[in-house]
Design a protein around this ligand. Sequence first.
Ligand code: KIV
Ligand code: ZN
Length: 529
Amino acid sequence: MAEPAVRDEKDRVRVFDTTLRDGEQSPGISLNKQEKLEIAHQLARLGVDIIEAGFPIASPGDFEAVQAIAREVHGPVICGLARANAQDIDAAWNAVKDSEQPRIHTFISTSDIHIKYQLESTREDVKGQARASVAHAKQYCDDVEFSPMDATRSELEFTAEVLQIALDEGATTINVPDTVGYSMPDEYAAMWEELYRLVPDLHEVVTSVHCHDDLGLAVANSFAGIRAGCRQVECAINGIGERAGNASLEEIVMLLRTREQAHGLWTGVETTEIARTSRLVSRLTGYQVQPNKAIVGRNAFAHESGIHQDGVLKERTTYEIMDATTIGLEANSLVLGKHSGRHALRKALEELGFKVEGAALNDAFKRFKELADKKKKVTALDLEAIVSDQMRETPAAFVLESFDVEASSTRSPLATARVRLPGGEISEGSFTGDGPIDAFFSALNAAVGYEARLKEYHVSAVTGGRDALGEVTVLIEYHGKTISGSGVSTDILEASGRAYLRALTNAIEESPVAEAEHHLEEAVHTPAP
Ligand code: KIV
Ligand code: ZN
C-alpha cells in the first residue's frame, strides 16, 4: 500500500518501546549492559520515539545499563521508570540525565485492590504521592510521564482525580495502563472517552496506552485507545513483558501502516528494521518467536496449501496483505565468500548497521574466515548472528577455550571443558552425564566452580542448508533464578557451550549469593595477614 504524500502530524502515533523494561521483567530474561545497549542501538535504528531503558532503582546493573543507553544511544527519548517516591525518581534522573532527551516515568496504583493489599495505603495517600512524585520529577526534567497503575480496574472518577493532580504538577505524558490485561477494546476506548470528558486538560498533553496480553487483547486494546485519541503506544518487540506480555510493537506498527487508509494514523518506525530487531531480541532474551506469530513468525509469509501457493505465484496480493520486504525479510541479498577481505566485511557490516572497528573488526574477521571455510556462502543472516554473538563477549565473561565430548551408544558420555575465567586463568573440568550435552554442561560447571541446573535447551539453524550456523539457547536455574543465554557456531556443541557459559556469566553477575560464595572462597584461600 503506497504511503500518502502528506501526513498530518496530529495523526502521528509515538512508539514507546518498553522491551528493555517491561519486556526484561519476563521470567528468565536477564540482559547484561552490553546486550541492552545492543538492543537499544537497534531500537534507535528502528526509529522508535521513546526507549524505556529500564528501572534504575532496581539494581546497580539496571542503573548502569540505563545510564549507558542515555549516554550512547542517540535519536529517541531515553526514559527511566520510577515508583512514586523521591529515591526512585532520583535514581531514574541520575540514570537518564545525560541523554539528549531524557524522560522520567513515574507510576502509582489507583485500584482499590492494589491500594489495600499491595500498597497498604489509602486513596488520599496515593493522591499525595502522585502529586509529590510528579513535582519532584519536574524539578529535574521537563519531560515527565505519569501512569496510574491497574487503571482499568480502578474507579474511573478516582483515576481522573489522580490524573488531574499529575497534570497540575506538570506531567507531559499521561499513560493509562491495562496492567493485568483485563479490559476489552470497546471498554478501553469508552474509558478514554470518559477520562477526556472528566479531565479536559488531557487534550493538552500526550495520552498513552499500555496494554498487557493476558486475554490476547493487548494490540486490540491499544488500537482502541489510539482510535479514542491517544497518540503514544507502549509496546515491546515480540510482545515480551510481564506474564503474557505487552502489546507487540511489530503488530501495532504494521496494523497502523497496513490499514493507514482506513484509519489515517501513522508512526515514524522504519519498518524494514522490524525482522532484524525481532531476531536480535529473540536471540538475546532466549525467548523464541512462535512460528505462526503475526508479522515476525517464520510462517507469517509462508504459504502451504496448493491453492494459496498457486495464487501467490500468480499475484502476491491474492493471499498477502503485506509485502515481506516492508518488514525487512528477503531484502538482503548480501553474500560474502572465503575470498572476501577485511574491507568487504567491514562494508557488509556497515550495510547491516554494525560499526565494527579495530580489535573488534579483527575478531569479527577471524570468525568470518572460520565460517567461510566451512560454509560456501556467508549471508547477511550469518553475519548478523556471528557479530551479535561476538559483541557479547566481555572481559568479565567465562569464555569457552576448548572442549572434548565423547559420545557413544555403548558407554556413558564423557566431557572435558577448558574455560577462560574473568581473571584470565584457564580452568578445566571433566564430567560424565546422561547424554553428551548433560556431560558437557556438568564439565563446564566443574570448570567454573558454580553449580547451575539446565531447565531448557533449544537449537535452531540461522539459515537453511546442512552447513548452516546453529544457534543454541539455554535456560538455566541458579539459586532459584532462571537465566537465559545463547550462542552461535557451525558446531552445535560449541554453540551449546557458549550459550551455557553466557547464561552462567549472567547468573553470577546477578546473584548476590554467588558474590557471597565468591568472597567466602577468597577468604578461605587468602591467608590472614
Ligand atoms: O503494566 C503497567 O501498569 C506498567 C506500569 C509501570 C506502566 O508496566
Ligand atoms: Zn506493564
